[in-house]
Design a protein around this ligand. Sequence first.
Ligand code: ATR
Length: 273
Amino acid sequence: MDKYAVFGNPISQSKSPLIHQAFAKQTAQAIEYTAIKAELDNFSGAIRDFMAHGGKGCNVTVPFKEQAFQLADQVSERAELAGAVNTLSFKEDGSIFADNTDGAGLVEDLKAHGAPLSGRILLIGAGGAARGVIHPLLAFSPLELVIVNRTFYKAESLAKRFESFGNVVAMTTEDLKEAGTFDLVINSTSASLSGDLPPISSHVFNQNSVAYDMVYGDKPTVFCRWAKEQGCKIAIDGLGMLLGQAAVAFSIWRNVMPNTQVVMQMLRSEMSK
Ligand code: ATR
């Protein structure tokens, strides 16, 4: 049986084994998929060990996405731009190909919800999660993509990095107060994980805005609740993005694209137990 895994630290909370096992069943692929905790100072050793024991590929999550990028022999263009990867494929000759499917996962979920990808988009946060989705978002030629971050210089440096791919600018939280409303507001910060809201003006929403939080939970996230309270039309959490990135990774390894909707229902009901 072909072996796959997700590597992270911590890893016990990961839903990837459940998701990939469900994809395998759905597409009748005989694979094994486990969760492996790599020691913080030995990520590459853990990967090499998995390869030596017949691993065919893996997902990589926090905090190893940049290290995985460094480890790869070949990377996709989108991964090169993101500077971080979440999917590794191990080749017959022992080399490692790396890709980043996070942005594709987000975009697929946004499309499934009919989100306005060609309008004005606000991206909150400028960490690794933001970096992975900017190029896929710019591929839809939005009117404008504004990046705002608590630490402004990081937003500024991301806007510069991607300026040749579309209309992307950085703003301070002060500038944002005067910047009007947005069709799509995406929260890529890790603030929701600790129950916090990113410090942005509530004036960014209008009644047609769609809000997206990359974080998810068994209840609506604090950002989704807040966006709804500010009058935005739809607030979506990041479970669909998680499934979307997993589906694209699965298709890279197995050449077949699973249906995420069925697995979404299974996960939601698991999470509400
Ligand atoms: P990730 O790889 O998940 O994006 P990261 O690189 O540590 O993680 O980035 C986390 C992002 O969340 C950053 O944009 C961070 O803002 P700073 O650059 O100012 O640190 C943002 N963030 C985390 N907690 C936040 C909070 N409580 N309020 C606002 N922004 C927060």
